[in-house]
Write a protein that binds this ligand. Structure first.
Ligand SMILES: C[S@@+](CC[C@H](N)C(=O)[O-])C[C@H]1O[C@@H](n2cnc3c(N)ncnc32)[C@H](O)[C@@H]1O
Length: 209
């Protein structure tokens, strides 16, 4: 046994083995334990939620797809699988551990992971050479965001979307719909039961004038 291993506390050993065995679920759960309010969920979204939310996207006309709060990347590979070869998936998360994890595990050249807040989406996409986003998906816990942050994110999202694009939101409470309604005139709604817990779905469309 090496000195390093011999020196490792038994609890820390169990924790790191468990994290390795659980893979992305372990990283996500650890992120939740460190900051439950910011992460807002214990379990990543189900594939039923992923397929349903993404079914509204016009992939042929999507060059920039943005994701807020990717966590450990539950939506990232499904988005990359559908995205055109010259498209970009830019993800923004406040948790540096998740961004570091994603940067190591997703090696696709169309993928860009940014540590920051969704409220700064306009500056962030501009810094990466884009003026407008075609679609933006959000897994943010809107109901637990600090006061004012939800409306600020919904407003910046509306400005940065191209006409005909959409804001795709999945949430455990219907509250995100209230923030969205201040900016998006047309919002399609749904409920996905096969998810832990079941979640509300919103597709806010930026209509052509
Ligand atoms: C419920 S998790 C979403 C997990 C993942 N997208 C999924 O489908 O399983 C919420 C994520 O939002 C991130 N987050 C919270 N506030 C944020 C903000 N203002 N800007 C960007 N990310 C934020 C958290 O760090 C966390 O990764």
């Amino acid at each position: 046994m090496t000195t390093e291993l011999a020196g490792e506390a038994p609890l820390a050993k169990v924790k790191s083995r468990l994290k390795r065995a659980l893979g992305p679920w372990g990283v996500f759960f650890e992120g939740f334990l460190k900051n439950p309010v910011m992460v807002g969920s214990i379990v990543p979204s189900s594939r039923f939620t992923i397929n349903r939310v993404l079914s509204a996207v016009d992939w042929d006309n999507t060059k920039l797809f943005v994701e807020y709060g990717p966590g450990v990347g539950t939506f990232c590979q499904p988005v990359l699988d559908r995205l055109r070869r010259d498209g970009t998936l830019l993800v923004i998360d406040l948790n540096p551990d998740f961004i570091e994890y994603l940067s190591h595990t997703i090696t696709d050249s169309r993928f860009v992971a940014v540590h920051g807040s969704a409220a700064d989406v306009e500056e962030i996409i501009r810094a990466h050479g884009h003026e407008k986003a075609d679609y933006i998906i959000s897994g943010l816990p809107f109901s637990t965001l600090p006061p004012g942050v939800g409306p600020a994110i919904a407003s910046a999202t509306y400005r940065v979307l191209r006409k005909g694009g959409a804001f795709l939101v999945y949430q455990f409470t219907p509250r995100a719909g209230d923030f969205m309604a201040q900016f998006f005139k047309r919002i399609d709604k749904g409920l996905e039961w096969i998810n832990v817990p079941p979640c509300f779905l919103f597709w806010g469309w930026k209509d052509e004038d």
